[in-house]
Write a protein that binds this ligand. Structure first.
Ligand SMILES: C[S@@+](CC[C@H](N)C(=O)[O-])C[C@H]1O[C@@H](n2cnc3c(N)ncnc32)[C@H](O)[C@@H]1O
Length: 187
């Protein structure tokens, strides 16, 4: 009955992203969210997919090639630099997802950082369409994860409620710091 966190992160975007829109995957990793977004926006849409790690960009590219996907721009740079990569003529972003933490099966010392995560969210909020969502899946069990979780929570909980709605979704009776979702809706 209750949706798992990753499934629910996708359901939120399925309900808000439209075909033809430009959307953002802030943490490409192994490419699963990028592939999901590419299907949502379709041939006339575009996914801007960021990761700082070469390995993640390669893994994501492999997955996209296997699936004959051609509507993704892969960007090996920090999501904090996102404004530089929004194509000219794109006024609004239809939605965004971030999976915080480290690349599964890889170097656990390369993790998302509080400042760049918050900066990326701030940039996105200036470009989100009305009723668009920024969905963050917050993993916080690794080293540095608690600090990032607290910084992000501090930032999003202070967003003006007249302009944004902020949801937290997660299970509270699971062991080992289960991940949770933060979703920000631009009202
Ligand atoms: C939990 S993984 C993402 C998993 C991915 N969503 C998937 O479907 O496989 C987090 C990723 O964030 C990347 N990352 C860390 N800091 C980043 C930054 N500042 N900008 C973009 N990506 C970053 C890491 O390299 C890692 O691949």
């Amino acid at each position: 009955m209750l949706q798992r966190v990753l499934d629910y992160s996708h359901e939120l975007l399925e309900g808000s992203v439209l075909s033809g829109e430009t959307v953002v995957d802030g943490t490409a990793g192994n490419g699963h969210d990028t592939l999901f977004l590419s299907k949502l926006v379709g041939q006339n849409g575009r996914v801007l997919s960021f990761d700082i790690q070469e390995q993640a960009i390669e893994n994501t590219n492999d997955l996209l090639v296997q699936n004959h996907v051609e509507n993704v721009t892969l960007i090996q740079d920090s999501h904090a630099d996102l404004p530089w990569y929004i194509p000219e003529g794109v006024e609004e972003i239809g939605g965004a997802i971030f999976n915080l933490g480290y690349l599964p099966g890889s170097d656990k010392s390369i993790v998302t950082e509080p400042q760049s995560t918050v900066d990326a969210v701030k940039h996105l909020l200036t470009r989100m369409k009305k009723n668009g969502l920024i969905v963050l899946v917050v993993y916080h069990g690794h080293e540095g994860g608690a600090e990032e979780r607290d910084e992000v929570l501090k930032y999003v909980s202070k967003l003006d409620q007249k302009q944004y709605r902020v949801l937290r979704y997660g299970f509270i009776n699971q062991a080992n710091n289960p991940p949770f979702i933060l979703a920000i809706e631009n009202k």
